[in-house]
Design a protein around this ligand. Structure first.
Ligand SMILES: Nc1ncnc2c1ncn2[C@@H]1O[C@H](COP(=O)(O)OP(=O)(O)OP(=O)(O)O)[C@@H](O)[C@H]1O
Ligand SMILES: [Mg+2]
Length: 398
């Protein structure tokens, strides 16, 4: 009975037919979305955009997820999905570089010298640096590199300076970047092929930490810092864009009881990518304050006509925490190199800030201070080192 009933054409009511038709259309729609999604995820790897262009596109379309400075994330505790996503992102960046280099050089590039900070930014101490190197290796393999070598970034900057120095002399290289500060001591210049690096020091702090300090003193008050029931750590989470877990915590923060206009501003700041956009404006304020006494940015993506202004006193307060760590590091290095009377070679983006050079001068009062190229010091050295490796490999055996 049951079987024959199943084989009978089923007579349905109009209502049932309509429900079935809607369900079929819906299923088709979902299927199309999945297929389109698959296609999109295929093309993401092939037609992704990089650098500033990527950030601009993200702000223009407000779609997807924006992850800035993936290198800064590599030393942090990562859940498996985060780990997989970050390795894939880094692999995309490295593949982009590999393909661009292959096109420029007209050969398939499959080996690389990759710069690494002495100490990565990390939430796990030394284990963070180990994890970071492991993830970079994995990403490089995914990107099609057969062999990679890591070189400490200040050692790379030393190679660049070495190429320009006729006589051998003792040098302390200080590289203050966005995420890390790296220092190397070496004998640089003269007839040797490469400088003799004798020691390295580093800390997982850099310009980003000055941004954080400046954000807390000059910008977060616009979001109610010190003026509502939310405690300071909420604002630290909001301003720490290099830590995905802090960003997630911030985005989950409950805002009940926060008065206007702070409530609406914070709601907007909790939206996808807005904290990164704000952080870029904070960085602009910091850079402007390297040469100006006052600076302002427009925050109309938070609220029409909202502006943040900052002056030197905001900068001094914001710089304080980084300054303490930087001074401790410089003191240690100056004590350990005191007998050598080294030249100090300064590089990295933050070396453009006058207060960074001042701090160095304070700890090395008798040293000659040489300003290297703030942007190309490290990469120039990496390129020279890589070229030297190739010429060793390529040299025909006699
Ligand atoms: N004129 C300036 N004044 C102050 N800071 C500046 C200036 N120009 C660049 N910076 C800062 O320098 C940092 C970037 O430096 P750099 O390009 O050396 O970093 P990076 O090599 O990308 O980072 P890292 O070495 O940490 O991996 C950023 O924090 C940026 O805001
Ligand atoms: Mg650097």
């Amino acid at each position: 009975m049951a079987l024959s009933a199943l084989n009978q054409p089923v007579l349905q009511s109009d209502e049932a037919l309509k429900t079935a038709a809607v369900a079929a259309i819906r299923r088709q729609w979902v299927q199309d979305q999945i297929t389109a999604g698959r296609e999109r995820s295929i093309t993401v790897d092939e037609s992704a955009v990089f650098g500033e262009e990527a950030i601009e596109e993200f702000f223009a379309y407000e779609a997807g997820r924006l992850i800035q400075s993936p290198k800064s994330l590599l030393g942090y505790k990562l859940g498996e999905p985060q780990r997989v996503a970050i390795v894939r992102i880094v692999a995309n960046v490295l593949r982009h570089v590999r393909q661009a280099a292959s096109t420029q050089l007209g050969v398939e590039v499959t080996e690389a010298t990759i710069g690494r900070p002495v100490t990565f930014r990390s939430s796990m101490g030394d284990a963070g640096s180990e994890q970071a190197i492991g993830l970079l290796r994995e990403a490089a393999t995914q990107a099609g590199f057969d062999a990679v070598e890591f070189l400490a970034e200040p050692a790379a900057a030393a190679i660049n300076y070495h190429a320009q120095s006729a006589a051998a002399h003792e040098v302390v290289v200080v590289d203050v970047g966005g995420g890390t500060t790296d220092i190397a001591l070496g004998v640089i210049g003269g007839v040797a092929n490469e400088p003799q690096i004798e020691a390295t020091w580093g800390m997982g702090k850099g310009g980003t930490d000055v941004d954080l300090g400046l954000s807390l003193t000059a910008v977060m008050p616009k979001f109610g810092k010190d003026n509502c029931r939310l405690l300071a750590p909420v604002y630290v989470n909001a301003a720490t864009v290099s830590d995905l877990n802090r960003q997630l915590d911030f985005r989950k923060t409950r805002l009940d009881g926060v008065p206007e206009p702070f409530m609406s501003r914070l709601r907007t700041l909790q939206r996808n990518g807005v904290a990164i956009r704000l952080n870029q404006d904070v960085e602009r304020l910091k850079i402007a304050l390297s040469t100006e006494t006052k600076a302002a940015v427009t925050l109309d993506y938070i609220e029409p006509d909202l502006r943040a202004t900052a002056d030197r006193s905001h900068l001094e307060q914001g710089y304080e925490a980084f300054q303490r760590s930087f001074s401790d590091l410089l003191r240690q290095v100056s004590q350990e190199t005191a007998s050598r009377n080294p030249v100090v070679f300064l590089t990295g983006g933050m070396s453009r800030a006058p207060y960074i050079a001042e701090a160095v001068r304070e700890h090395f009062p008798d040293s000659q201070l040489v300003h290297g190229d703030a942007s190309l010091g490290v990469v120039g050295g990496l390129a020279l080192h890589a070229a030297m490796q190739r010429s060793v490999v390529d040299r025909p055996s006699s």
